[in-house]
Design a protein. Structure first.
Lengths: 434, 277
């Protein structure tokens, strides 16, 4: 490691939950809060009002990054990845801890930062470029390159409100891709745009790394992380739980050694007036709770929930996502026993069984949803509640890959009936038979 | 990249009042320029009358004031024709009022950018107020036209005009910083501002001269910095009232106090902008 680019020490960021749920407050709420706080303090309940409303988005994070390193930051949603990047980019201040950053930080937390709908492409390139930290002269010098990279020369003097979303994204990313700060923090921006343009941006990004720039890169795409970043850091619940070579960290993450879980129980069940979610489990075909499941086994996902108010028609659903964030499928409860019927109050367990030889190898993240129908009222919808990994042992069993041992693409890997017919069987030639 | 050339930024919680770091604002002056420019460009996009609004607004206020206060109420106007007397005050007032209205919404309006990239936040309300200077110039041209119409020749006092404009700017910045920062956390500000502007309008000598007040009170009146600004404009352009006296000194002190207090408050709360905007 050469000289230091980033060093952080015991970094922590606390948010008031109120500030998360409620986007802003009014004087009245503040006054009421102050009155309640004073009341609680008078009763000697110092912890009461204040602390329960605070959550740590990031806690006790320490690390160093050398100049020129390209580091991936991975973790589930809400693990604190974006908070970390925001702190490094000085967008917000930590609650505790300290750090230092050597060099200008360019933050690329979302494409189109600083874009204004009413302005033309040209005006926006300047506005956005300068907002992101470039000098005017720098933007002017790179202007043609930016426009060419975005393939936008024809429409550069059209207001961006007339752009298609693809054009908008290309131009916005192109501006960002031409930033040349010493340290670049990037948050999942590559998840947008068409595949060809994404590839182009990835190439540009990895070039940024080779030019000796320090890059911190958040992504859910483990393939991208492994390809671009020699080193990765895994965050979980706001803490840094692993930091090392990216193939090791990625594999720890995917094997569910941390962060992901096959069972989730809610101490404070989320939900609406009608139903609340208590437990979600993943089981193998033989009924054991498991996180790693062979492709030749069936997978059962179950949700346990409390129906508080009976008399509603309910639709429990699971949505499956792979590690690249691709929505593999949505599964809706079509149990004939309850379809179109109102469900009474009580503790319910709804299970779906995914047949063996259906999902492809890799991590599957489960979103759990329950909706009351007629009228449609969402009760709960939770992302990445549980996760499991489909593995294939390749020991020659009865799997969809057959006798092929190479890579097999696709987000599903169904075992389908195949038939062959041969119209006229020819006798083998003598030489072959021998 | 030699190590010594790299700036080092500290990441830590700042406690209490922080330094103003005005140097940071100066370094980001190019951004200030582009934000101001885009504010100006966007302001009258998709309006029928475009930039003429900059004139229509104070002009019609002048017409209404002239009818009701000038003709009907026979309001004294320190010897100048009433329309030009009130318009000379309305021009800086409109700059100020639009400035605080625009800047109070400014940080919230570009909240998405605030959440995604760091730059000195003070730039946001400053650019809102600066973009009002174009409107000011347009309205000021009309004011000059009216002076020609009424045959009023400015005296050497006019050299003081930039100082009064600066006073208006300082007051607008002070109030704008305060309101912009407050609006991030308390959206009530959105409803308070129009009300505040209305009250402040009547608390400022625009429709009437400050000479209605007798002396110790006239000086106290200067605590409203805009009183000094409007009377200063009249004195510099129309030669009405008295030369910069105690009232103006109080106004100037008041304006600087406004500016300092607004800046300090803004700097104190801006650290949580990205979390709450």
């Amino acid at each position: 490691m050469g000289h230091l680019a980033i060093r952080v020490d015991g970094l922590g960021k606390q948010y008031r939950i109120q500030a998360v749920h409620q986007r802003y407050k009014t004087f009245r709420d503040s006054l009421m809060g102050a009155v309640r706080g004073v009341g609680a303090r008078l009763r000697g309940d110092v912890d009461g009002a204040g602390r329960t409303e605070m959550i740590w988005a990031l806690r006790d994070v320490s690390f160093e990054v050398g100049a020129g390193e390209v580091v991936g930051v991975i973790g589930l949603n809400g693990a604190g990845k974006s908070t970390l990047l925001r702190l490094l980019a000085r967008i917000t201040e930590p609650t505790v801890g300290s750090g230092e950053v050597h060099g200008r930080v360019g933050s690329l937390l979302e494409v189109g930062t600083g874009f204004h709908q009413e302005l033309t492409g040209r005006e926006n390139v300047y506005l956005s470029g300068v907002t992101l930290g470039m000098k005017t002269a720098e933007v002017a010098r790179k202007f043609d390159e930016i426009v060419a990279f975005a393939e936008m020369a024809k429409f550069i003097d059209t207001p961006v409100k007339h752009y298609s979303s693809g054009m908008y994204t290309r131009l916005a990313f192109s501006v960002a891709a031409h930033l040349e700060p010493e340290i670049l923090v990037v948050d999942e921006v590559l998840a947008v745009g068409d595949t060809r343009f994404q590839k182009k941006c990835l190439t540009k990004m990895s070039a940024a790394g080779y030019e000796g720039r320090t890059v911190l890169f958040v992504s859910h795409n483990m393939g991208t992380i492994a390809r671009l970043c020699p080193r990765a850091m895994l965050l979980e619940g706001g803490r840094l739980v692993q930091d090392g070579p990216s193939n090791e960290v990625v594999s720890a993450y995917l094997h569910g050694g941390s962060g992901t879980t096959a069972v989730r129980e809610y101490m404070e069940p989320p939900g609406g007036d009608i139903a609340r979610l208590h437990v979600v489990r993943v089981r193998t075909g033989d009924g054991n709770v498991a996180q790693v499941i062979d492709v030749r086994q069936s997978v059962s996902i179950e949700m346990e929930y409390e129906v508080l108010r009976g008399g509603h028609q309910l639709l429990p659903q699971f949505q499956l996502f792979n590690e690249e964030g691709i929505h593999v499928c949505s599964l809706h409860d079509v149990d004939p026993a309850w379809r179109g019927r109102q469900r009474p109050a009580g503790r319910w367990t709804t299970t779906v069984t995914i047949p063996a030889n259906f999902l492809s190898e890799g991590m599957i993240f489960v979103r759990v949803i329950l909706v009351a129908l007629n009228p449609t009222i969402h009760q709960f919808a939770r992302n990445e509640v549980v996760a499991f990994r489909i593995v294939e042992s390749m020991d020659g069993g009865d799997a969809a890959r057959g006798d092929w041992s190479g890579t097999m693409e696709g987000i599903v890997r169904p075992m389908l009936p195949w038939t062959n017919e041969v119209a006229e069987e020819r006798p083998a030639t003598k030489s072959r038979v021998g | 990249m030699p190590e010594t050339a790299l700036p080092v930024f500290r990441i830590e919680a700042t406690k209490g009042w922080r330094s103003l770091k005005l140097g940071e604002v100066w370094q980001a002056r190019e951004l200030l320029y582009f934000l101001t420019l885009s504010n100006i460009k966007v302001k009258y996009k998709q309006t029928l009358l475009g930039a003429s609004w900059a004139i229509i607004q104070p002009f019609f206020t002048m017409v209404v004031f002239s009818l009701f206060f000038g003709k009907l109420a026979k309001m004294p106007s320190d010897g100048a024709p009433y329309p030009v007397f009130t318009f000379a005050a309305l021009v800086p007032w409109t700059f100020f009022a639009n400035g605080i209205t625009q800047s109070s919404e400014s940080v919230v309006r570009i909240g998405n950018t605030v959440k995604r990239v760091y730059f000195p936040r003070l730039i946001i309300p400053i650019s809102s107020i600066m973009s009002g200077l174009v409107d000011f110039v347009l309205a000021f041209t009309v004011l000059l036209g009216m002076m020609v119409w009424y045959g009023i020749a400015p005296t050497m006092n006019v050299l003081w005009l930039p100082a009064f404009l600066f006073l208006a700017l300082a007051t607008a910045l002070g109030a704008g910083f305060f309101l912009a920062a407050l609006n991030v956390e308390y959206r009530d500000v959105r409803y308070v501002v129009p009300f505040l502007v209305q009250i402040w309008l009547f608390a400022t000598p625009i429709a009437y001269p400050s000479s209605l007040l007798s002396e110790p009170w006239r000086t106290v009146y200067g605590l409203n910095p805009m009183a000094g600004v409007t009377e200063g404009f009249r004195w510099a352009l129309l030669g009405t009232g008295v030369a910069p006296g105690p009232m103006l000194a109080v106004s100037a002190a008041g304006a600087l106090l406004f500016l300092a207090a607004g800046t300090l408050y803004f700097r104190r709360v801006e650290r949580t902008f990205a979390d709450v905007v």
